[in-house]
Design a protein around this ligand. Structure first.
Ligand code: NFE
Ligand code: MG
Length: 562
């Protein structure tokens, strides 16, 4: 049977190709995930002053910029043995929270919602019935008036009649696996448009202490430079106001929409469609204390849940991380199967495609490596954090997941699915947002108590170190070797690499591929189910392929067939 190729599958953020094979019953039996763009980004790290790596590292991506920045700065702090004062911790965590909330809601509405709602069906909605429908999920739903819904429908109609579909072009409109009613579709279309402006608020909030967005610039080794902002009650109030407005949308639109989608798509979730690998990992999200990565406490706990066993959470050991290249377009000079990132190599070895233009899945088929924990594939991201948090007994995580499951009348297994992954991102947004008053209170109390320190002095040293933590899409680690005062090696092992990587030397699939196998398809020519599952991970290929050539040699020349 012919392969079905979806390329590119991402709406923004890099170039991802998915190939699936479907059996006669319409079920996916083979799936291959490939990044077809090589970036060569990290070559610029080598030879630099290690105090600058955070600033360079954040240019790996235009979305999760702050997270690469913080990990890079932390890697240098880890090599130097540098610490940061509590106020710097608070400001970094406030930026972390604003960026993550911005990223989650923007991902859902701008990059993923149209996998769930049919914009063409929304044109046939009754605005009065839509208002009634919105009231079923919240007592004061966001922008839910008859006049507003009428205006949204008119705007959509103008798009369609002009023939210039813009962001709505190329959808699988009318697909049988769009399960919402016209009124529900109109509600989501309305929130899609609402969030285009609402998301600006959390972006502005991250800039209050970050200096700007994207690519903040206030972090330095040993602390943060936005001391004046951290001491200024007006700036703190500005952050608070912007985030309250952002969370108001989360409470009155995003969470109600998750209930609506969870209800409509519950059969898919309960059948486990899109579940993937049963192992979940978190390095710890939103730092609450000082110290090295594994001494800190986190709002979202660190740990590993193996094989969906919620009765035990295994501690993460940074030394058990390895990257394989068995099916990647790289080689290891010693022929190793796996390398720890501190000894990581990136030697490009492009093998091209089959003569029919499909991936050569017997050999290398992606510019992404295959990270493994203790040889095991894991899923990372909001679902993984929520599962690890739930298994750890984190009370806020338990509450939002239990409440959601109770409201829908579904068992916890609901979350092991594409729908569950999408819902988990929204529930996590609430957990983080609800924690902001405590985080701000901690900063205010500390400053009131007379602590005005935002920076600790340190001595630069040679050595090895790393920064580990959670970015919106999952576990992110940056690894640094400093020799003679300069960067000798730099490796980033990135969330989308963990999830999107190809099979490993044992033939084990990564999270994307595993999530697709077994997926029933209503119409393989219109692979909505595949797109939905891949988008539920929030792919970022810009992050996943960044690549370091340690020797500074010319990077491979290659051609990609089209
Ligand atoms: Ni380019 Fe990133 C996040 C990081 S992705 S968006 O979140 O780190 O893998
Ligand atoms: Mg890497």
């Amino acid at each position: 049977m012919a392969k079905h190729v979806i390329d590119p599958i991402t709406r923004i953020e890099g170039h991802l190709r998915i190939e699936i094979e479907v059996d006669d019953a319409g079920n996916v039996f083979e799936a291959n995930s490939s990044s077809t763009a090589f970036r060569g980004f990290e070559t610029i790290m080598k030879g630099r002053d290690p105090r600058d790596v955070g600033m360079f590292a954040q240019r790996i991506c235009g979305v999760c910029t702050f997270h690469h920045y913080e990990r890079g700065v932390e890697a240098t702090e880890s090599v130097f043995g540098a610490t940061i004062p509590p106020n710097a911790r608070s400001l970094r965590s406030l930026i972390w929270a604003a960026q993550t909330i911005n990223d989650h809601s923007t991902h859902f509405y701008q990059l993923h919602a149209m996998d769930w709602f049919d914009v063409v069906s929304a044109l046939g909605a009754d605005p009065e019935a839509a208002t009634e429908e919105a009231l079923r999920y919240h007592s004061s739903p966001f922008n839910a008036s008859v006049s507003h819904y009428r205006a949204v429908a008119a705007k959509l109609l103008a798009f369609v009649e002009s023939g210039q579909l813009g962001p709505f072009a190329g959808g699988y409109w009318g697909h049988p696996k769009y399960l919402l009613t016209p009124e529900q579709n109109l509600i989501l279309a309305s929130h899609y448009l609402d969030n285009l402006s609402i998301q600006r608020l959390s972006a502005q909030a991250s800039a209050v202490f970050g200096g700007k967005n994207p690519h903040p610039q206030s972090l330095i080794v040993g602390g943060i430079t936005s001391a004046r902002d951290g001491l200024d009650a007006h700036r703190i109030a500005q952050y608070q106001f912007l985030m309250q407005k952002s969370m108001d949308f989360v409470e009155r639109a995003y969470l109600p929409d998750m209930e609506m989608i969870g209800n409509a798509y519950r059969a898919e979730a309960l059948a486990g469609h899109g579940a993937g690998v049963p192992n979940y990992m978190s390095f710890g999200g939103l730092s609450l204390s000082e110290g090295a990565w594994d001494d800190r406490t986190y709002l979202l706990p660190r740990g590993i849940v193996r094989d969906r066993d919620l009765s035990s959470v295994e501690p993460v050991d940074a030394m058990k991380i390895g990257e394989e290249v068995a099916h990647s377009w790289y080689t290891y000079s010693g022929g190793e199967t796996s390398l720890h990132p501190l000894r990581g190599q990136t030697n490009p070895a492009y093998e091209g495609f089959e003569s029919d233009g499909t991936l050569k899945t017997t050999g290398g088929y992606s510019w992404i490596k295959s990270p493994r924990y203790d040889g095991m594939p894991v899923e990372v991201g909001p679902l993984a954090r929520m599962i690890v948090g739930y298994a750890s007994g984190q009370p806020e995580v338990r509450a939002v997941m239990d409440d959601y499951a109770a409201k829908l009348g579904v068992p916890f297994e609901f979350f092991y699915s594409t729908v569950g992954r999408t819902v988990a991102r929204a529930l996590e947004t609430k957990v983080i947002g609800d924690y902001l008053p405590t985080l701000l209170g901690g900063l205010i109390n500390n400053v009131k108590g007379g602590d005005d320190r935002f920076f600790n002095r340190y001595d630069a040293k040679d050595g090895e170190g790393y920064g580990m933590g959670e970015a919106p899409r999952g576990s992110l680690s940056h690894w640094l070797v400093v020799k003679d005062g300069a960067v000798e090696n730099y490796q980033a092992v990135v969330p989308s690499t963990w999830n999107a990587g190809p099979r490993d030397s044992q033939g084990q699939r990564g999270a994307y591929e595993a999530a697709l196998v077994g997926q029933p398809m209503a119409d393989p020519e219109s692979p909505l189910e595949v797109v939905r599952t891949i988008h539920s991970f929030d792919p970022c290929l810009a992050c996943a392929v960044h690549v370091l050539n340690r020797k500074g040699e010319e990077i491979a020349y290659y051609e990609v067939e089209v």
